[in-house]
Design a protein around this ligand. Structure first.
Ligand SMILES: *[C@@H]1O[C@H](CO)[C@@H](O)[C@H](O)[C@H]1NC(C)=O
Ligand SMILES: *[C@@H]1O[C@H](CO)[C@@H](O)[C@H](O)[C@H]1NC(C)=O
Length: 546
C-alpha cells in the first residue's frame, strides 16, 4: 500500500504474510537496544536465591514447578491478611504490604486501602478533586431502566419522565456551572478495572487456556480487557505491514480470526473490550522512532481502518487508534483525517495510547473521547551507574514520585483537556529490584537488576492507586499484562520477574484497590443490543470552568 493513491481500507486478514526475521525482544514502549545480561555477582545471586526461597516458603500453595497460580475463585475466599501480605497466598487481598528493606526483607507495613472514591462518586466530583472549590456537576441518578420508548439519547434533555437509558450507568446530569442547568443524559463513566491480554502465538486466543482465563478475570475483579495484538514493519523506514506468526521471538502476530473470536469470549464473560492494534518493528527498534510520511500514513490508515470496521461489526466498546508513535503522532492533520474516517465507520469510543512521557504533546487529544496514556512513569530516582547495583526504594520514595507525576498531570488536565478523563491504558512494573526507576524497561540491561522483588512491584501499584485516588479525571487502568498458557519465568508466582501480577502480592493490591468501585467505565455494547441503537456514545465528563 504505497504511493499517493487512496486505498480502500483493507480488512486485516488481507495483509501480506511475508517471512521476516529478527531476534531481540521487547513489547514495551521503550528503546530496546540489544542488551547483554551481566552475570550477577556472587552476593547478588545469593540474595536472589534467598529472596526466592523466602517468597516460596511464604507461599506454599504456589509451587515453583507449577507457576500457574491458584484459581481466582479459590483466592477470593481467602481472608485478608494483615501480615504484610505474607500470608499463605501472596495474591490474597492484603490489608497491608511490606515496604522492602535493603536486603529484601519485610520492613514497614503499608496499608492497602479500598478506594471507593474514584468510581463510586460517578459523575459528581470528589470533594478532594478540586481543592480550589471548582466542583460543578450535580448528578441526579435515575431509577430503574425504562423501556425503549421513553429513552432519551445521550446528550439529549432528560427528566424523570424521560430518563436516560444507554446501559445501566447513564445519568441525568445537570451541569450547574457551565451546562446552563438543563439536565441532559451523560454517561456516568466510572473507572476501568482493566487488564491487558496479548496473544503469544498465532492461535493463542483460541486455546482452552485462553477461554478459561477470560472466564476467571471477572472473578479476579476485572471488568474490561485491552486486547493487544501485533503486525510488523520490516524496518523503521518501511511503509507496509505484515503479520509474523513465528514464535521464535516476541511479540508475535495472532490470527485475525482468533482476535474476532476472542472479542466474543470477552463479551460473553461480561467484560468490555478496548481493541488495541500495535505495530512492532522486526528489528525490535521502538516504533516511537518511526518518522511520519505520506506512504506510511497510507499504509497505516488502510490497516487500522480495517480493524476499526472489525470493531464496529463486533460491537467493541473502545478502540485505540494508535499507540506510542512518538514521532508520527506529531503529524496532526494525518491523524485527524484517520480519526474522522474512523468516526464515520465506528460508533464506540476512540482513544490513542501515548507513551508515558508524551501525553502532554499529543496534538489531537481534543479529537478523542478520553486521554489514554501508558503509566510507566519513572517514580523513583535513576539507578546509580554501573557497577553499582540498583537499590530497593522505600514506599515514601515511590509514593512521592507518583504524587509528583499525578500533580503534574492534574495541572495539564485542568488547563489543556478539562473535559477529558484520563485512563492509564498500560500500567505496571516488573517485579525486580529498582524497577520503579525505569518501569518501561522490559529487559534487564547491564547496570540493572534481575533480582526478584515482589514487594517493590506491589508498592508501585499501591502508590499509584494512592496518588490518583483524589482525582476524578482518573478513570482507571489496564495492568500490563495478564498471561495464560504454559508457565514461564514471566508468568507470575513468587519467582516471576516479569510485569505479570499473577500470584504475586501486586495482584492482591490491585484487587483490593478496585474492590470498592461501584461503577464500570463503559456500558457493554452487547448489553444494549435490542434496547436501542446505543451509538454514538461519547464519553462526557463533568466540566469545570476555566
Ligand atoms: C518472524 O519473527 C521471527 C522471530 O522474531 C524471526 O526469526 C523470523 O525471521 C520472522 N519471520 C517471518 C515469518 O517474518
Ligand atoms: C527521522 O527523522 C530524524 C530527523 O530528521 C532523523 O534524524 C532520523 O534519522 C529519522 N529516522 C528514521 C527512522 O527515518
Amino acid at each position: 500500500m504505497q504511493g499517493t493513491s487512496q486505498p480502500t481500507p483493507a480488512l486485516p486478514p488481507s495483509l501480506t504474510l511475508a517471512p521476516r526475521s529478527s531476534d531481540a525482544s521487547t513489547v514495551m514502549g521503550a528503546t530496546s537496544r540489544a542488551r547483554t545480561r551481566r552475570r550477577l555477582g556472587a552476593m547478588t545471586v545469593a540474595a536472589a536465591v534467598a529472596a526466592v526461597a523466602a517468597a516460596a516458603a511464604a507461599a506454599p500453595r504456589v509451587a515453583a514447578t507449577s507457576l500457574r497460580f491458584p484459581r481466582p475463585a479459590a483466592r477470593l475466599g481467602t481472608a485478608a491478611s494483615n501480615d504484610g501480605g505474607r500470608g499463605s497466598d501472596p495474591a490474597a487481598l492484603p490489608a497491608s504490604i511490606c515496604t522492602p528493606t535493603a536486603d529484601g526483607g519485610c520492613g514497614k507495613a503499608i496499608p492497602v486501602v479500598v478506594e471507593p472514591t474514584v468510581a463510586a462518586t460517578g459523575g459528581s466530583l470528589h470533594p478532594l478533586a478540586r481543592p480550589d472549590g471548582a466542583a460543578a456537576a450535580h448528578v441526579e441518578r435515575q431509577g430503574s431502566r425504562p423501556g425503549p420508548s421513553v429513552c432519551a439519547a445521550l446528550g439529549a434533555p432528560c427528566s424523570v419522565a424521560r430518563p436516560c437509558c444507554a446501559g445501566g450507568a447513564s445519568a441525568c446530569v445537570k451541569d450547574t456551572m457551565i451546562g446552563r442547568g438543563i439536565p441532559h443524559c451523560a454517561y456516568d463513566i466510572g473507572a476501568f478495572r482493566g487488564t491487558t491480554l496479548v496473544p503469544k502465538s498465532r492461535w493463542d486466543l483460541s486455546t482452552p487456556a485462553f477461554a478459561s482465563t477470560v472466564r476467571e478475570l471477572p472473578r479476579a475483579g476485572f471488568d474490561c480487557v485491552a486486547l493487544t495484538f501485533y503486525a510488523f514493519m520490516d524496518t523503521l523506514e518501511s511503509t507496509s505491514f505484515h503479520y509474523n506468526f513465528s514464535t521464535a521471538g516476541e511479540p508475535v502476530s495472532a490470527d485475525p480470526s482468533s482476535i474476532v473470536s476472542a472479542i466474543g469470549k470477552i463479551h460473553a464473560a461480561g467484560m468490555c473490550v478496548i481493541l488495541k492494534p500495535h505495530i512492532a518493528i522486526e528489528t525490535r527498534e521502538w516504533r516511537g522512532y518511526v518518522n511520519a510520511s505520506a506512504p506510511f500514513f497510507n499504509a497505516y490508515r488502510s490497516w487500522v481502518l480495517g480493524w476499526v470496521e472489525v470493531a464496529q461489526r463486533n460491537r467493541v466498546e473502545a478502540f485505540a487508534i494508535g499507540s506510542e508513535w512518538k514521532r508520527v503522532e506529531q503529524d496532526d492533520a494525518s491523524w485527524r483525517r484517520i480519526i474522522r474516517e474512523a468516526r464515520a465507520r465506528y460508533s464506540g469510543y476512540l482513544c490513542y495510547g501515548t507513551n508515558w512521557d508524551a501525553y502532554k504533546t499529543l496534538p489531537f487529544t481534543d479529537a478523542l473521547d478520553f486521554v489514554a496514556t501508558s503509566a510507566y512513569f519513572e517514580v523513583a530516582p535513576p539507578p546509580k551507574p554501573w557497577p553499582a547495583l540498583p537499590t530497593r526504594h522505600s514506599y515514601e520514595t515511590v509514593l512521592n514520585g507518583w504524587k509528583r507525576v499525578v500533580w503534574e498531570m492534574d495541572g495539564w488536565q485542568r488547563t489543556t483537556a478539562p473535559d477529558k478523563p484520563i485512563v492509564f491504558i498500560e500500567a505496571g512494573v516488573r517485579s525486580v529490584v529498582g524497577a520503579a526507576s525505569y518501569p518501561w524497561e522490559s529487559q534487564p540491561p547491564q547496570d540493572r537488576s534481575d533480582t526478584v522483588d515482589l514487594w517493590g512491584q506491589a508498592q508501585f501499584y499501591n502508590a499509584m492507586f494512592e496518588a490518583v485516588a483524589p482525582y476524578t479525571w482518573w478513570r482507571g487502568q489496564f495492568s500490563w499484562e495478564w498471561l495464560w498458557g504454559p508457565a514461564t519465568a514471566k508468568s507470575g508466582g513468587p519467582t516471576g520477574t516479569g510485569y505479570s501480577v499473577q500470584g504475586k502480592p501486586a495482584e492482591g493490591v490491585l484487587r483490593r484497590r478496585i474492590s470498592g468501585w461501584t461503577q464500570r467505565a463503559l456500558p457493554l455494547a452487547v448489553a444494549n443490543q435490542g434496547v436501542e441503537e446505543p451509538r454514538p456514545l461519547r464519553m462526557t465528563f463533568p466540566k469545570t470552568p476555566l
